[in-house]
Design a protein around this ligand. Sequence first.
Ligand SMILES: Nc1ncnc2c1ncn2[C@@H]1O[C@H](COP(=O)(O)OP(=O)(O)OP(=O)(O)O)[C@@H](O)[C@H]1O
Length: 381
Amino acid sequence: MQDILLIKYGELALKGDNRSFFENRLMKNIKNALNEINDVKIEKTHGRIYVECSDNTDYVIEKLKRVFGIVGITLAKKVDLNIEDIYEASINIMKQYKDKSFKVETRRPNKTFPYESMEISRKVGAEILSNVDNLHVDVHNPDVLLNIEIREMAYLYTDVIDGIGGMPVGTNGKATVLLSGGIDSPVAAWMMMKRGAEVNAVYFHSHPYTSERAKNKVIELCRVLSQYGQKIDLNIVNFTEFQLAIYDKCPPKMTTIIMRRMMMRIAENIARKTSSMALVTGESLGQVASQTIESIYCTNAAASMPVFRPLIGMDKSEIMGLAKKIGTYEISIRPYEDCCTIFVPKHPVIKPVLEEIEEIERNFNYQNYIDNISIDVQSIK
Ligand SMILES: Nc1ncnc2c1ncn2[C@@H]1O[C@H](COP(=O)(O)OP(=O)(O)OP(=O)(O)O)[C@@H](O)[C@H]1O
């Protein structure tokens, strides 16, 4: 009898002909998540992935809880396909429960096993009742459900640990996230990863107005996010000179919105060079002055590829709750400055008009700055 982890993946099973593509990617991501742990064996057979590990099961489970595409993880006993061994394992499992009701449920994908599912459940139930004290059967509302799966071996388990769900990262293209050190954009990145997108990131750094510590915050955020997928390439844009030019050449109330449009243009260039097909921001409608529908309209118009805003309809408290769950919140709230918060005009325009902005931009040779902007790339895991 051996402990083994059964990995359940739900949504993937719906994908018809693409199923093996999704399964293979999930296998790859699981291997990647567990690659620094010794003595782990990962195997795939029809509709299930199995992970065998020697003694660090809890640690392995923690890692698997961050792999998108997994809906459940169960710690199961694996026994030979033999009814006596199944009895013995069932009795051992049920001995840990006292004064509880239980039910046995069997699935038998392997039809070569000589007993049918109902029969196995009945026989095992009877063995448990005669070998374990203080248990009784309740088929409608049991405290404990003992699951038996008859495959190439028999697998027995009671509890299912929730997985994170979603789609395996890498099955839905690539997107470029505008990642500030704030609370929102890391959550937006995570939500794209949850739907299977691989992400890379762009951070606008205005040294010395924004400090090394502000930059390190973004690096740390990438490190947390990479635990849900793979390494993240962080493009650090040296934005100071360009930002100073914007403040020098544009009317003060328009500087924030023009700066945002320039960010979109630079991010889009990076996206194209890195085979990314969308931009992602952490904007949420109405959250701050720069996130009015008029501002978002003007910012959007600077990009030609799709811009995804996964947080658009969420309240700040919901976003904060997710950030805590993901593990980015404590990093995001460290009080370091962002390039958007320096030189903020006293009265930024709240309802910008696109034609007015375009007119201002025509008189400002911004393309030269965009073409010559310097970018450092760090691969973060
Ligand atoms: N320095 C930056 N580098 C990269 N992206 C940025 C930067 N500043 C802002 N952004 C992008 O613009 C979006 C809106 O920024 P803004 O400062 O208005 O909102 P926010 O609610 O504070 O967002 P966040 O919490 O993500 O910083 C951010 O979610 C992010 O996607």
